[in-house]
Design a protein around this ligand. Structure first.
Ligand code: IVH
Length: 664
C-alpha cells in the first residue's frame, strides 16, 4: 500500500470508529460488538504505525498520547465563567420566578439535573477539539487538554463542522466507577477519595495523562459559550444542537410552563437522585428563551436567568455503638462503625465504613461518639467526623485486633501499607468474600448466588473453593434458609451457565490482586487462553497494554501459588471455559441468525450484557426496528421502538420470554 492509499484507508477507518464511538457513548446504541470495534481500531493502529506521517491529532488513536507534564498551563476564558445562585426550598424558587417576571413576561423554564462533578470548557476549531480547561477562578483555568482527550465521551471531531465552538459541561465519575476506584485504592493501601466529585477532580488534575486514562470519567455537556453559527433560540434547542454535534447530553430535561411545574420537576429530582448511576446535588432551573436570558443578563457572579435548586445534604448525626472489623476477600480488616440506625438520603443506615486504622485515628472516632455520617456515592455510608465537643468521657478508643475475628490467625500490617491483613490461609471470611466476588455481576455473574447464600454454603461446609460450586447438586441446596426446590434448581442452572462466560470474566472472578475488570479483559484478549497466560513470564506480561510492574508481579505470584494452580485445575475439570472466545452454541440457539432490537430497561441485565449474550448465541443486535427485525425485546419504560414493532407486526418479547430464548 502506498502512502496516499494508506492515508485514505486511515481516514475511512477513523470515520467509522468515530461513528461507532458516537453510537456507543452518546447514543448508547452500539451496532457492533467490542471485538469488531477492536479489530477496526487495531487496523488503524497498524496502519499508523506503518505510516507515522499520516497520524492526525484528532485520530481516535491519539487519545492517550503525551508524556507526563511538568505543570498545567493556564487558559484565560473568553468571558468569565459564572456560577449559579442557589435556592434551598420551594419558596426561594418562587422568589426567583418573581424576580424573573418583574423583568419579562411569558416566561418558560427548563429544569435539568445538576451534575456533581467538575466544570470543563471544551474548544473546537473547524470541528476539531483543540483545547480544554477547568473553570479555575472563573477568569482563568488550567489547561487540561491532554487529560480531557483521554475521555472517550468527548468527541475529538464534531459531527458537523463549525468554524469555532466553545462549550461548557461537567466531568464526573459514576458511583460504580468511584466505588471500584476506592476499592482498588483500599487494596493497595492508598488514600481514598471522599466522594465521586473529588475523585473526578483528582483524576483530571493528574500530570500524567495515563493515570487519567485509567479512570472511568464521563461528561455531560449543557451550554454553548461561544459559536460562530446561528445562535439557538432556546436552551432546549441548545441541548438538541449539542446532541447533533455529537456531544453526550443528559437526556433528562423538563420543559416547564410555569414555576409550579418547576417546583414539581425539582421534587421529582429529589426522588430520582438515589436511583441514578451518578451523583447530582440539585436541579438547575433555566429560562428557556435565549433572547429572554440576554435581556435578564447577569450579575458579576451569576446569571439572573438561572438558579440552582440545591438538595438537602445527605448527612445525619448518630451515635457509634461499636467499632467492629470486617474481613474482606484479600484478608484486609476494615474497621466499621455500628451505629444507632438513622435515616440518610432515603434509607436507614446502621453501619458506616471507617476504611482503616489510620483513618479512625485521623478522624478520632471512638466508641460512644456522636458522629456525622454521609453517603459518598456509595451504598456503604461513611463517617465524616466525630463531634468531639459532645463527648462525655466514657468513649472508648478503637484498637485494631491482633488476631483475625473470623479465624484467629495473626493480623499484620506491612510497612508502607494502610491496611491490616489476616494472614490465615484458611480464613472462612476470605473464602466467603472471595466466592461472593467470584459470583458477582462483573465476574461470573451467577444470579441467585448473593452474600446470604454464599455465607450459608461456606458455613455448612458445602464449598471450600470457587471450584466446588460447579460440583453442587440441587438436593444439597434444598433446606438452606429460604431455598426451595425451584430456587435450588435455578441456582444450579445459573452456576451451570456461568461455565461458558469465557476467560475475561473468569480472570476477574479469580480475584488476583490489581486485576480489575478492565485488566482482565485486556489479558484475555491478549492471551485468549488461560494456559497461554499461565506460561507467560513477568517480562512478557509487562508487554500487555496497561500492565505494569505491580500487576505483572501480582499475576506471576498468583499463578505460581500451588493452591491457586489446583483451583484452576479443578475449575477446568468442572468444564469452566478458560478460553476467551466463548464456545458459542451458535447453531443450536433459537437466536442464531436472528436480528433483535432492545428497548426499555431490563431488570436482570445491562444493555451491554444483553447484547453480548445475543451475539454469543449467533444473533445480532440492531438499533432500529424494521421488517427485517425478528424480535423486539421490551423492558420497562419501552420507547417508540415498541410502537414501531407493533405497527410492523414484529414479535415482541418481554424479559422472561427473552430469558427463555437465551436459555437462562
Ligand atoms: S448551567 C452560568 N447546568 O453547577 C452558569 N450548570 O454553579 C451555567 N452544573 O459549577 C451553569 N450541572 O458547572 C448548569 N445542567 C447544568 C449543570 C451545571 C452541573 C454545575 C456548573 C457549576 C455549578 C453551578
Amino acid at each position: 500500500m502506498d502512502r496516499s492509499a494508506a492515508y485514505q484507508k486511515a481516514e475511512q477507518l477513523r470515520e467509522e470508529i468515530r461513528r461507532h464511538d458516537h453510537l456507543y457513548y452518546a447514543l448508547d446504541m452500539p451496532e457492533i460488538d467490542d471485538a469488531e470495534y477492536d479489530r477496526l481500531y487495531r487496523e488503524l493502529v497498524d496502519l499508523e504505525e506503518a505510516f507515522p506521517e499520516i497520524v492526525t491529532p484528532d485520530s481516535p488513536t491519539q487519545r492517550v498520547g503525551g508524556a507526563p507534564l511538568k505543570s498545567f498551563g493556564t487558559v484565560t476564558h473568553r468571558a468569565p465563567l459564572l456560577s449559579l445562585g442557589n435556592a434551598f426550598d420551594d419558596g426561594e424558587l418562587v422568589d426567583f420566578d418573581r424576580r424573573v417576571r418583574q423583568a419579562i413576561e411569558d416566561v418558560e423554564y427548563v429544569v435539568e439535573p445538576k451534575i456533581d462533578g467538575l466544570t470543563i470548557v471544551l474548544i473546537y476549531e473547524n470541528g476539531r477539539f483543540i483545547s480544554g480547561s477547568t473553570r479555575g477562578d472563573g477568569f482563568t483555568g488550567e489547561d487540561i487538554t491532554t487529560n480531557l482527550k483521554t475521555i472517550k465521551e468527548i468527541p475529538l471531531r464534531l459531527r458537523h463542522e463549525v468554524p469555532r465552538l466553545e462549550v461548557r459541561g461537567e466531568a464526573y465519575m459514576s458511583r460504580r466507577a468511584f466505588q471500584r476506584l476506592n476499592q482498588e485504592r483500599e487494596e493497595r493501601g492508598e488514600p481514598f477519595f471522599a466522594n465521586p466529585r473529588n475523585a473526578a477532580a483528582g483524576s483530571l488534575r493528574q500530570l500524567d495523562p495515563q493515570v487519567t486514562a485509567s479512570r472511568a470519567l464521563q461528561v455531560f455537556i449543557y451550554s454553548i459559550l461561544y459559536q460562530e453559527d446561528e445562535p439557538a433560540g432556546t436552551q432546549l434547542d441548545v441541548l438538541d444542537r449539542l446532541e447533533q454535534l455529537g456531544f453526550v447530553v443528559n437526556p433528562w430535561r423538563v420543559h416547564c410552563k410555569d414555576i409550579g411545574m418547576v417546583v414539581e420537576a425539582c421534587r421529582e429530582g429529589l426522588d430520582k437522585r438515589d436511583h441514578l448511576p451518578y451523583e447530582i446535588d440539585g436541579m438547575v432551573v433555566k429560562v428557556n428563551s435565549v433572547d429572554q436570558q440576554e435581556r435578564l443578563g447577569s450579575t458579576s457572579k451569576s446569571p439572573r436567568w438561572a438558579i440552582a435548586y440545591k438538595f438537602p445534604a445527605e448527612q445525619a448525626v448518630t451515635r457509634v455503638r461499636d467499632i467492629i472489623t470486617r474481613v474482606g476477600r484479600t484478608g484486609v480488616l476494615t474497621p466499621t462503625a455500628v451505629l444507632d440506625p438513622v435515616r440518610v438520603a432515603g434509607s436507614t443506615v446502621s453501619r458506616a465504613t471507617l476504611h482503616n486504622e489510620d483513618i479512625v485515628k485521623q478522624k478520632d472516632v471512638r466508641i460512644g461518639d456522636q458522629v456525622v455520617i454521609h453517603k459518598a456515592g456509595d451504598v456503604i455510608p461513611e463517617v465524616v467526623r466525630s463531634l468531639t465537643e459532645k463527648r462525655t468521657g466514657g468513649e472508648v478508643e478503637f484498637v485494631m485486633p491482633s488476631r483475625c475475628p473470623e479465624c484467629g490467625s495473626q493480623v499484620v500490617r506491612l510497612e508502607g501499607e494502610a491496611a491490616a491483613r489476616c494472614i490465615g490461609s484458611a480464613c472462612p471470611a476470605q473464602l466467603r468474600e472471595g466466592i461472593i466476588h467470584f459470583a458477582s455481576r462483573g465476574a461470573m455473574n451467577i444470579e441467585g448466588l448473593g452474600p446470604a447464600v454464599v455465607a450459608q454454603l461456606t458455613a455448612a461446609g458445602l464449598i471450600h473453593s470457587a471450584a466446588d460450586l460447579y460440583y453442587l447438586e440441587a438436593e444439597q441446596l434444598v433446606g438452606l434458609e429460604r431455598m426451595g426446590q425451584k430456587s435450588a434448581d435455578n441456582l444450579i442452572q445459573a452456576i451451570d451457565h456461568s461455565r461458558e462466560n469465557g476467560l475475561a470474566k473468569l480472570l476477574f472472578a479469580l480475584g488476583i490482586r490489581f486485576v480489575g475488570e478492565r485488566v482482565a479483559k485486556l489479558l484475555a484478549e491478549h492471551y485468549r487462553s488461560l494456559e497461554r497466560l499461565q506460561q507467560a513470564d513477568y517480562e512478557e506480561l509487562k508487554a500487555v497494554p496497561e500492565v505494569g510492574d505491580k500487576i505483572a508481579a501480582s499475576i506471576v505470584a498468583y499463578l505460581g501459588d500451588q493452591a491457586n494452580r489446583e483451583l484452576i485445575e479443578r475449575l477446568k475439570e468442572a468444564g469452566v471455559n478458560t478460553e476467551q472466545q466463548v464456545v458459542a452454541r451458535t447453531s443450536d440457539s433459537p437466536l442464531a441468525g436472528k436480528t433483535l432490537v432492545l428497548t426499555g430497561t431490563l431488570a436482570s441485565f445491562t444493555r451491554k450484557d444483553a447484547q453480548e449474550m445475543i451475539e454469543q448465541r449467533g444473533g445480532r443486535v440492531s438499533s432500529s426496528v424494521s421488517r427485517q427485525t425478528d424480535y423486539v425485546v421490551a423492558g420497562e419504560d419501552p420507547g417508540s421502538k415498541l410502537d414501531k414493532a407493533n405497527s410492523l407486526g414484529v414479535a415482541v418479547l418481554d424479559e422472561d420470554q427473552f430469558k427463555a430464548l437465551l436459555g437462562r
